[in-house]
Design a protein around this ligand. Structure first.
Ligand SMILES: [Zn+2]
Length: 338
C-alpha cells in the first residue's frame, strides 16, 4: 500500500498532511506562520520549517514513537526518507487533537482543585477546550526547537532543550495582541496542580523518555514553562543571547547539574528553583503503582503519605497501592528488629 501526503507549499511553513487531516493542518499552519516571523526577528535567523499533520494510521510509517506525541526532526525521519522530502526541520504533529496529550488533559478533570478550575474559567478556558490549546502549545514548542537550533543553542539534555523551546513558545504567545499566553499559562498551571509525576528532579528527567509516562513529560514541560515565563518577563530575548554565549560546548557534552549551575550564574535563582522542584516528589522510598499499558496511565493520585513508604497510584489502583504499601511496611518493620 502506498502512503502519500497531501501538501500546501505556499507560505512560510511547507505543510504536509494525511488524508483527512486537512483542516487541522491548516489550523496549525496558520498558528506556526504567525510565530515564525516573530522568532526570526527576535533571534535574527531565517530558516525553512516543514510541518506534517499525520493521522494515526500513517504515524507509524514515519516515527518510532507512539501516535500523538509531537516531535521536531532535524533531517529525515527515522523510518522513511521518501515519504517526506529531506528537510532540515520537520515538525511532526498529530493530524487531529486526539492522542495521549489530549487524553491526559481530559483525564485530569477530577484531580483539579476548585481554585485551579476557577483560574481556568477566569482565563476563558472551557475545560474540554484546554486539550486543544495544550496541543497547539506543543506545536509552537516544536517550532521553537527548530529556531533554538538555528540560533545556535545545542541539545544537551531534556531540561535544557525543553526549557529553551518553551521559553521561545511563551515569548511568541506573550507577544500576541490577544494575549494567547493567558489561556496557556492557566492550562500549564492546571497541569502542575493536577498531575503527580513519577519523579520531579531535572536530573532524573535526563534519562526519561516521554513515552514512559506522558503525564510526567507534560508535568515537566508545564513547570519549566512557568519558570521560563517568569524569566522572560524580566529579561526578554536578552536572556537567550546570554545563554548562547555561555554554552559553547558541542551537543551532548554537558550534564544537567553543570547546565543548572551555569544557568544560575546567568540568572540567579535557577539552582534554588530546581532544588525545590525535587522536593515535590520524595526521592527516597517511594513506589509508583501504575497501569501496565503506559499510554493509558491516568494522572497519578495523591500518595498515601506519613508512612515509611509513599505510594503513588494511577486512577483505579488505590486498593493495589494500599496492599503493596502494607506489605512493604511489614517488611520494613521486620528488618528494623534488632
Ligand atoms: Zn521538545
Amino acid at each position: 500500500m502506498k502512503h502519500c501526503f497531501h501538501y500546501i507549499l505556499t507560505g512560510k511553513i511547507n505543510t504536509y498532511y494525511s488524508e483527512g487531516a486537512e483542516l487541522r493542518a491548516k489550523e496549525l499552519k496558520i498558528l506556526l506562520e504567525r510565530a515564525a516571523p516573530f522568532l526570526e526577528d527576535s533571534l535574527k535567523v531565517k530558516i525553512g520549517v516543514t510541518m506534517a499533520a499525520v493521522t494515526a494510521k500513517e504515524w507509524a510509517f514515519l516515527l518510532d514513537k507512539p501516535y500523538g506525541l509531537p516531535t521536531m526532526r532535524f533531517g529525515a525521519c527515522k523510518r522513511s526518507s521518501t515519504r517526506l522530502p529531506e528537510v532540515k526541520y520537520a515538525a511532526i504533529m498529530p493530524g487531529a487533537v486526539n492522542g495521549p496529550i489530549y487524553n491526559g488533559w481530559i483525564e485530569l478533570k477530577d484531580s483539579l482543585s476548585p481554585s485551579t478550575l476557577k483560574k481556568l474559567a477566569e482565563a476563558g478556558v472551557a475545560f474540554e477546550q484546554g486539550g486543544k490549546i495544550l496541543i497547539d502549545f506543543v506545536g509552537l514548542h516544536e517550532l521553537g526547537h527548530a529556531y533554538a537550533n538555528a540560533f545556535g543553542l545545542k541539545n544537551y539534555v531534556n531540561f535544557f532543550a525543553e526549557f529553551i523551546t518553551n521559553y521561545l513558545a511563551y515569548a511568541f504567545l506573550r507577544s500576541t495582541e490577544e494575549r494567547l499566553d493567558k489561556k496557556v499559562m492557566a492550562i500549564l498551571s492546571a497541569n502542575v496542580d493536577g498531575i503527580t509525576p513519577i519523579h520531579s528532579s531535572l536530573k532524573k528527567w535526563e534519562g526519561f523518555r516521554s513515552a514512559e509516562h506522558p503525564p510526567t513529560e507534560t508535568w515537566y514541560n508545564s513547570i519549566i514553562t512557568l519558570k521560563a515565563a517568569e524569566i522572560y518577563e524580566q529579561r526578554g530575548f536578552e536572556f537567550l543571547y546570554a545563554v548562547r554565549k555561555a554554552f559553547p560546548e558541542e551537543e551532548g557534552k554537558l550534564n544537567t547539574e553543570t547546565i543548572i549551575a551555569r544557568l544560575d550564574s546567568i540568572h540567579p535563582g535557577i539552582f534554588k528553583w530546581s532544588e525545590n522542584l525535587s522536593k515535590k516528589i520524595p526521592q527516597n522510598t517511594s513506589l509508583i503503582i501504575h497501569d501496565s499499558t503506559l499510554l493509558k496511565v491516568k494522572a497519578l493520585n495523591t500518595p498515601f503519605l506519613k508512612k515509611d513508604i509513599d505510594v503513588y497510584y494511577s486512577a483505579g489502583y488505590k486498593k493495589r497501592g494500599k496492599k503493596v504499601q502494607s506489605l512493604i511496611q511489614d517488611a520494613m518493620r521486620f528488618y528494623r528488629k534488632p
